[in-house]
Design a binder for this molecule. Structure first.
Ligand SMILES: Nc1nc2c(ncn2[C@@H]2O[C@H](COP(=O)(O)OP(=O)(O)O)[C@@H](O)[C@H]2O)c(=O)[nH]1
Ligand SMILES: [Mg+2]
Ligand SMILES: [Zn+2]
Length: 311
């Protein structure tokens, strides 16, 4: 019997959760597979993951009724997460900051890739919106149509690197992969006229190797809650964590207390309101999740297809 190590390239929807609490592979995993004489493979072991991007798994639960929260790994073993956002009217700086904090928590480097620069006439304004919340994430505006900015992506694209592309449906993830590959490797949809939403052409997660670089293409994610990503939040908002320590009272709620360093930073403009609100929101979600968390992860085989094609 042959035994080899290979990389999980396509998120296979046919994994069956035969055993509960067993870790199933997701795209990007390195696995040990045993091959029999008929060419069938059996995965024996999943290698330890160096990075993971995860989100809360609310399957079967209405928000607020969740007693035991699980998390779900979306992609693993990446160096960079390209947070792909279109420079159209669905642009949302808060969403980018959220993806960035989750990426940092999971051990990767976030890069905000702003697509469709050809249809935006205020790119500096958009960049400022992001900077207002996250002043550390790299921001690269590009257009797959005109080629603008693509050369700035090269510094992340080296042989042996893995890049995961995450973002809503219709923002141009698959188009970017095709552009970088100079050929059509992924199917691309036309966006719906009217609401600019994509049509979920990419329905599964897939790893594509181009010139030694592994790209992980994903379908759109509509909502993105945070799991226990305390570390990523502190990395994203280190100044706020430092301010909180400067408050006169150690249990300061930063509402009306005298000597509150956060309130004074908000008043003199050194801390933006958007940044503070995003910090509070993420921190509350993260704490709430940590309090409800039951087990470390969920078998991938139980993840329904429907969730993967949200946009
Ligand atoms: N104007 C413009 N449209 C783009 C650009 N990149 C992609 N699109 C269009 O956006 C739509 C969705 O692209 P697709 O790659 O399928 O998005 P995905 O769902 O994120 O993979 C398609 O109609 C693309 O032609 C770009 O740089 N500029
Ligand atoms: Mg796609
Ligand atoms: Zn305070």
């Amino acid at each position: 019997m042959d035994c080899d190590i290979r990389r999980e390239g396509i998120f296979c929807r046919n994994y069956r959760a035969v055993e509960k609490n067993v870790e199933y592979p997701v795209v990007g995993d390195w696995v040990f597979a045993e091959r029999d004489a008929f060419g069938s493979c059996m995965i024996k072991k999943i290698e330890e993951r160096k990075s993971v991007f995860k989100r809360p798994d609310r399957r079967g639960h209405a928000d607020g009724y969740v007693k035991n929260m699980l998390d779900e790994a979306i992609v693993v073993n990446f160096d960079y997460v390209f947070i792909i956002s279109s420079l159209n009217r669905n642009f949302n700086a808060g969403r980018i900051a959220r993806y960035a904090a989750i990426t940092r928590s999971g051990g990767g480097v976030p890069v905000a890739v702003l697509t469709k620069a050809d249809i935006c006439n205020d790119i500096p304004g958009r960049i400022m919106e992001i900077r207002n919340i996250d002043d550390r994430v790299d921001i690269i505006p590009i257009s797959s149509y005109t080629g603008e900015g693509l050369e700035n992506l090269r510094e992340y694209l080296h042989c042996g690197t893995t890049v995961a592309l995450l973002g809503s449906s219709g923002v141009g993830k698959s188009t970017l992969i095709n552009t970088l590959a100079s050929r059509d490797v992924m199917a691309v949809s036309s966006v719906r006229a009217g609401d600019d939403k994509g049509r979920h052409t990419t329905t599964h997660r897939q790893l594509i190797m181009i010139d030694g670089i592994s790209f992980i293409d994903t379908p759109g994610m509509r909502e993105l809650g945070v799991c226990d990503v305390e570390e990523g939040i502190i990395e994203t908002f280190p100044d706020i964590a430092a301010l909180e320590k400067e408050c006169r009272f150690s249990d300061c709620r930063h509402r009306t207390e005298p000597g509150c360093a956060v309130l004074s930073a908000l008043n003199d403009g050194t801390l933006s309101k958007e940044r503070w609100l995003m910090y509070l929101r993420m921190k509350n979600e993260s704490r709430r999740f940590a309090g409800m968390k039951k087990s470390k992860s969920v078998p991938a085989g139980q993840i329904g297809r429907k969730r993967d094609i949200q946009g």
